[in-house]
Structures are given as structure tokens and as C-alpha cells.
Design a binder for this molecule. Structure first.
Ligand SMILES: O=C(O)c1cc(=O)[nH]c(=O)n1[C@@H]1O[C@H](COP(=O)(O)O)[C@@H](O)[C@H]1O
Length: 232
């Protein structure tokens, strides 16, 4: 693992707060993620602001729609030059195949394309409420299998499922794991959590970490403490 295995989730409402924090980092220290809140507020301008600072950016918009619409959305994300983008695996095989196909013209410059399995905020009980009467890990495995079949680069899952997915789909199947909580930090709305150390040991490739860093009194110190716990 390297420092760049950490993807900081920039879920800020205020652009200046986000840029002030980014300007304390350098692109060798971590990668960055923006999601629905910041992209809705600040759009492609923010993507450009981050790219101008030379960071790899994960555009986390979790596309989930008919295949044609998702293919066009993924093309738009690739046009922005982002490092990684994502769809929901529950959109189905045809949707994921259309998304993958849309990236063919980008060749080597295509972003990594991954699919969200079961959100890390969900538990077995939440699945039952959706009429899915299997444990979370089984549903994650099912959705990861579809993602693998569609030849995407990997999935978003909890680090709790990392070992199972690496043994099922191999080391090259990229695992992006949010729901990371350093020991003693607030879990908030996350249910399937692991510490950074546990996640790396389990086989996560990228740790997505938001509030434990961005809501800390000193975000840079919080990020450095995570590196220390990982000996990087
Ligand atoms: O796709 C994601 O990034 C994602 C998937 C998932 O299952 N769970 C999840 O928390 N995320 C995102 O990862 C980030 C986690 O943030 P914190 O809970 O603050 O560390 C948020 O930006 C979520 O939108």
C-alpha cells in the first residue's frame, strides 16, 4: 500500500473550505473524491480546480439509470478526465456493459470504472426491508459477480467483504472501500466499518475516508495519523 491508496472524500458544502484543505495536501499524499453534493453545487469547475492542482479525482456520482443514459453519463465523466468513476451494480448487467462500452474510445485514458455493490450504510436488516432475504455478503458477492462479468475494473464494497471478493475474483479486481473508521472514531451512518489497518489486511486497494479526516479539528493531522497507523 502507498499513501495514494487513501482517497479523501471531500464532502464539503463550501468550496473555499474544500480548496483550503486541498491546498494543505500534495498530490503524492492521497487521491480525492467528490460526490453528489459537491458536484451538484460546483460541477465541472470544481473538477478542473482539483485537476489544476494535479490530484487524481474519483467522481462518485453512482450512476443508475437505463443503459443509454448511463453510457452517456460515463462518457461525460471520462471527458472530464477523472481518474475513477462509478455506477450502481444493481442497475444490472446491460447497464454496466453499456457503461464499459462507452469508455472504449478513450483507450488508455479511460477512467477506472467500478460498481457500487451494497452501500456501506446498509445492514442485513436493511436488505430484508427491500425484500432481499440474504445476508449482505451474499448480495455483495452476487453484484460483484455481475460487475466482473461486465468486465468493469472492480467494485465499491465494505472492507468486511474484501477477503471474500479477492478470493472470488482475483487480485486484479479493484476493491474500493468506504466505511473506514480509525479506532474510536464516530461511525455516523456507516454500518459495515473497518479500521484502516483492518481494511488493508483484508485486501482493500483504496480506502475512501471522509468525515474522520474532514470533520477533524485538524484534518491534515488526522490524515497523517492514519498514515502512521498504516506505517506509510
Ligand atoms: O461510492 C462511494 O464512495 C460510497 C459507497 C458506499 O457504499 N458507502 C460510502 O460511504 N460511499 C461514499 O464514501 C464516503 C464515506 O464518507 P465517510 O463516511 O464520511 O468516511 C461518502 O462520500 C460516501 O458517499
Amino acid at each position: 500500500m502507498t499513501k495514494k491508496s487513501i482517497v479523501v472524500a471531500l464532502d464539503y458544502h463550501n468550496k473555499n473550505d474544500a480548496l483550503t484543505f486541498i491546498d494543505k495536501l500534495d498530490p503524492d499524499m492521497c487521491r480525492l473524491k467528490i460526490g453528489k453534493e459537491m458536484f451538484t453545487l460546483f460541477g465541472p469547475d470544481l473538477v478542473n480546480d482539483i485537476h489544476n492542482r494535479n490530484f487524481d479525482l474519483f467522481l462518485d456520482l453512482k450512476f443508475h439509470d437505463i443503459p443509454n443514459t448511463v453510457a452517456k453519463a460515463v462518457t461525460a465523466a471520462a471527458d472530464l478526465g477523472v481518474w475513477m468513476t462509478n455506477v450502481h451494480a444493481s442497475g444490472g448487467l446491460a447497464m454496466m456493459q453499456a457503461a464499459k462500452q462507452a469508455l472504449v474510445p478513450f483507450g488508455q485514458d479511460a477512467p477506472l470504472l467500478i460498481a457500487v455493490t451494497v452501500l456501506t450504510s446498509m445492514s442485513d436488516e436493511d436488505l430484508v426491508l427491500l425484500g432481499i432475504n440474504v445476508p449482505v455478503f451474499e448480495h455483495v458477492l452476487r453484484l460483484a459477480k455481475l460487475t466482473h462479468q461486465a468486465e468493469l475494473d472492480g467494485v465499491v464494497c465494505s472492507a468486511q467483504e474484501a477477503k471474500l471478493l479477492k478470493s472470488s475474483f482475483g487480485q486484479d479486481f479493484t476493491l474500493v472501500t468506504p466505511g473506514i473508521r480509525p479506532a474510536g472514531s464516530d461511525t455516523g451512518d456507516q454500518q459495515r466499518v473497518m479500521t484502516p489497518q483492518q481494511a488493508i489486511t483484508a485486501g482493500s486497494d483504496y480506502l475512501v475516508i471522509g468525515r474522520p479526516i474532514t470533520q477533524a479539528v485538524d484534518p491534515l493531522a488526522a490524515l497523517k495519523a492514519i498514515y502512521q497507523s498504516l506505517h506509510v
